[in-house]
Design a binder for this molecule. Structure first.
Ligand code: Q46
Ligand code: ZN
Ligand code: ZN
Length: 307
């Protein structure tokens, strides 16, 4: 049997071995053309959603995982002005390893990496339950949003980028649809515009699957943390991902069709309906944007006796 030919090589008259099968797009690609295809797709997403231009200063939130490190590398390669921010959650071993990977990439591409240590700012994420009844992941989300916005604004960045991939977005979308959580659905978009002191937030990998993102990072020789965060074990998003993967295997393209259909058909209607419903003010203690008098992070600091 003759081995399959790379779809793009076939058109260009080259002949490199196929390394990636993308049944959702009916493509079989060699390594070089896969990298080109993925970068083109991200560039197209950036342009389509008007995420940023080469004049913007981008801060990428890097966790040490494949998606955010791959994204940082890709933006740098495409000539965007992108630095990194790593938030060290103080999880034994996991945090020090992932921090190392973020630092390694910063050295390789010669870009600035800011590091915020939760242990220094508040307490390790695992100790927070002493001061809050919220689950670790919910607290983590709050502190990450807070420091991302704060560091980006203080250091003069214009856009915040995160490495959420298609599988992440589809799992959240599915969950929000199951619960008909209209408020969350209205905010689920790859671009959230700047809102007063909140910076513009973008997800350039929203049309790249988890597998594609992992291959991009591996093919570029970037080391990343492989185990999931220990707190993610029970997350319902993992169950959703498993279920959606079964659908994808039965019908390739299900995820991308579901997601892009939502962005095209429903998201604009929901955004129109819920426009300007939240009143923002500035935290009386730290000056960061909040919906309450004192922001959640300062409330935590107060309980800890740190302010
Ligand atoms: S890092 Fe944080 Fe995730 Fe870990 S504590 Fe939960 S939210 S699972 S993206
Ligand atoms: Zn090829
Ligand atoms: Zn505050």
């Amino acid at each position: 049997m003759t081995p399959p030919k790379c779809t793009i090589c076939k058109a260009k008259g080259t002949n490199f071995p196929v390394q990636v099968l993308l049944p959702s797009y009916n493509l079989k690609l060699c390594r070089g053309h896969f990298l080109e295809w993925l970068e083109g797709r991200v560039e197209d997403t950036i342009r389509h959603f008007r995420m940023f231009t080469k004049r913007d200063r981008i801060l990428v939130a890097v966790s040490g995982g494949k998606d955010s490190l791959g994204l940082w590398f890709l933006l740098h390669r495409l000539g965007y002005d992108a630095d990194g921010l790593y938030i060290d959650l103080g999880i034994p071993e996991y945090s020090s390893q992932s921090r190392r990977y973020a630092q390694d990439l910063a050295e390789r591409i010669q870009r600035t990496l800011y590091v915020v240590s939760l242990s220094e700012e508040l307490a390790p994420i695992g100790d927070m339950k002493q001061w809050s009844r919220k689950p670790a992941c919910s607290l983590c989300g709050t502190v990450k949003r807070y420091y991302m916005n704060r560091v980006a604004r203080e250091k003069g960045y214009t856009v915040l980028a995160t490495g959420h991939n298609l599988d992440d977005e589809v799992a959240v979308l599915w969950n929000n649809v199951l619960q008909w959580n209209m408020e969350y659905l209205a905010r689920q978009y790859p671009v959230l515009p700047a809102e007063g002191p909140f910076l513009k937030k973008v997800k350039p990998l929203c049309r790249i699957s988890e597998k594609e993102s992992a291959l991009y990072t591996i093919f570029n020789g970037i080391s990343y943390i492989k185990p999931e965060c220990p707190y993610s074990v029970n997350a319902s998003s993992l169950e959703n991902k498993k279920f959606l993967q079964q659908l994808e295997e039965a019908r390739p393209g299900t995820k991308i069709t579901f997601y892009t259909g939502f962005l095209r058909e429903l998201a604009p209607l929901l955004q129109e309906k819920t426009r300007e419903t939240t009143e923002l003010t500035l935290c009386r203690v730290c000056g960061e944007p909040t919906t309450t008098e004192v922001c959640s992070v300062c409330q935590l600091k107060q309980k800890m006796g740190r302010i």
